[in-house]
Design a protein around this ligand. Structure first.
Ligand code: 5AD
Length: 380
C-alpha cells in the first residue's frame, strides 16, 4: 500500500512493465546465444551481470536442453587420483604452492597409483585422472611407465593427465605411452590479471603455448579458469571465453575461487555459486558438445553445488579415488569436500543424488563429442 501511495498507480505499473521489458530483453540474449553460439562482448557482459532469477532459470533451462540434445541424461564419472602435492610453482591462490611450509607433502608410489585404479575399475570407473602439483620426482620416464601400466592393465579405460606445464617432448612421450587426455586450466586469459595471480617466474604465454601443443599432439584437451579469483572483472571473464573460443578445447573446468588460509590470498573473498552456475550455462551454450565438469570446488561451496551445476549444463563428475589418508593433504583451498559424494567409494550414493536431479551416472569412457576442434575460431 505504501508503495502505491508513494509512487502512484501509474508509475507502479510502468515500473512493472519496464521490469518485464528488461527480463524479456535478457531472455532474448539467451535465445541468441543458444542459436548463434556466440554474442558480442557487450551482450556477454550484460548476460553475465544478470541477477534476476527468472532470467537465470531460463539460462539454465536452455543450457540443460542443449546438454541433453547431445549427451542425453548422462553424467560421466571420472576417478580422480591426486598423486603428489609437491609443486615447484608458487601460485598465490593455491594451497599446495611451493612456499606453503605448513602442508604435509606426499607422493604416491607406482603401486599405490595402480591400486587406486584397480579399486576404481571395480567400482565401475573407466577414466582415471592423474592430477598432481608440478613435481619433478615424476620424471618423463617414471610417469610414462605408470601410464603404460595403466593402459596395459585397463585397456578399456581412458587416462587423463593433469600435471601442469611440461615441454613438448614430454607431452608427446606421455601421449605415445597411451595418455588420452590432458587438463590444464589457463586460469585467466588476461595478462594483467595473470600477473595478479602468479609470481613473475610464471608466464601466461607459456601456459597458452602448452595448451596449443597439447591439442597439436592429439590429446583431448581441457582448459578452464577460476570464478571470482582476486581482481577478476567481467571483462576478464569475457577474455577467458574469447580465449576458449579460439582454443576450442574438448573440456572446460571451472569452479569458484576459494581462499586457502596459508596462501597470500587467505583473506580474499570466495567466488560465488551464482556466477559459477552462470558461467557453466554460458559455456554450454557457447560449446554445445563440450565436456563440462561440476567440480569439487562447486561441491565445496554448497552441499548441492554439483547437482546445481548439472542443472546448469555440466555433464561430468570427478569423485576422488586417492587413498583416504592423503585426501586431506591435497588442500588447494579450505573446506575442500573430500567425503560424502566426493568420495569414489560413495558412488552409489552419488548415483542416487544424480538420479534425483533426473540424470543417470554413466560409466562409459565418455570421450568428448567435440571433433571440430581446430584452433583459431576468430569470428566466434
Ligand atoms: N580455489 C579454487 N580453485 C583452485 N585451484 C587452485 N587453487 C584454488 C583455489 N584456492 C584450481 C586451479 C587449478 C586446479 C587444479 O585447481 O584452477 O588449475
Amino acid at each position: 500500500m505504501l508503495k502505491m501511495e508513494k509512487y502512484g498507480r501509474n508509475s507502479y505499473h510502468t515500473g512493472k512493465k519496464e521490469m518485464e521489458g528488461q527480463l524479456s530483453e535478457q531472455k532474448a540474449l539467451v535465445d541468441k546465444l543458444r542459436k548463434e553460439q556466440t554474442l558480442c562482448d557487450a551482450e556477454l557482459k550484460q548476460l553475465l551481470a544478470v541477477h534476476e532469477q527468472p532470467v537465470l532459470d531460463y539460462l539454465y533451462l536452455n543450457a540443460r536442453q542443449v546438454q541433453q540434445l547431445h549427451y542425453g541424461n548422462k553424467v560421466y564419472v571420472r576417478g580422480l587420483i591426486e598423486f603428489t602435492n609437491y609443486c615447484r610453482n608458487n601460485c598465490y591462490y593455491c594451497g599446495i604452492r611451493r612456499e606453503n611450509k605448513n602442508l604435509q607433502r606426499y607422493r604416491l608410489s607406482d603401486e599405490q597409483i595402480l591400486s587406486c585404479a584397480k579399486e576404481g575399475y571395480s567400482l565401475g570407473f573407466r577414466t582415471f585422472v592423474l592430477q598432481g602439483g608440478e613435481d619433478a620426482a615424476y620424471t618423463k620416464e617414471k610417469l610414462g611407465n605408470i601410464i603404460r601400466q595403466l593402459k596395459e592393465q585397463f585397456p578399456d579405460c581412458a587416462v587423463t593427465l593433469s600435471f601442469g606445464e611440461q615441454d613438448f617432448e614430454t607431452y608427446q612421450f606421455w601421449h605415445d605411452c597411451g595418455a588420452d587426455r590432458y587438463l590444464l586450466r589457463h586460469e585467466t586469459a588476461c595478462q594483467a590479471h595473470y600477473r595478479m595471480l602468479h609470481p613473475a617466474e610464471m608466464s601466461l604465454s607459456n601456459r597458452k603455448n602448452c595448451l596449443s601443443q597439447l591439442k597439436e599432439i592429439g590429446y583431448q584437451t581441457g582448459s578452464g579458469f577460476m570464478i571470482g579469483s582476486p581482481g577478476q572483472t567481467l571483462d576478464n571473464l569475457i577474455e577467458d571465453l574469447r580465449y576458449l573460443k579460439k582454443l576450442r578445447p574438448h573440456m572446460a573446468g571451472i569452479g569458484p575461487f576459494l581462499p586457502q588460509h596459508d596462501t597470500p590470498f587467505a583473506k580474499e573473498a570466495a567466488g560465488t555459486l551464482e556466477m559459477t552456475l552462470k558461467l557453466l550455462a554460458v559455456l554450454r551454450l557457447l560449446f554445445p558438445k563440450i565436456l563440462l565438469p561440476a567440480t569439487t570446488a562447486l561441491g565445496s561451496i554448497h552441499p548441492k553445488g554439483r547437482e546445481m551445476g548439472i542443472l546448469a549444463g555440466a555433464n561430468v563428475i570427478m569423485p576422488n579415488l586417492s587413498p583416504a589418508d592423503v585426501r586431506e593433504k591435497y588442500m588447494l583451498y579450505d573446506h575442500k569436500a573430500v567425503t560424502g559424494d566426493e568420495s569414489a567409494q560413495n558412488i552409489k550414493k552419488l548415483a542416487v543424488h544424480i538420479q534425483e536431479t533426473g540424470y543417470e551416472l554413466c560409466y562409459e569412457r565418455g570421450d568428448s563429442l567435440m571433433t571440430d576442434t581446430q584452433s583459431g575460431d576468430d569470428n566466434a
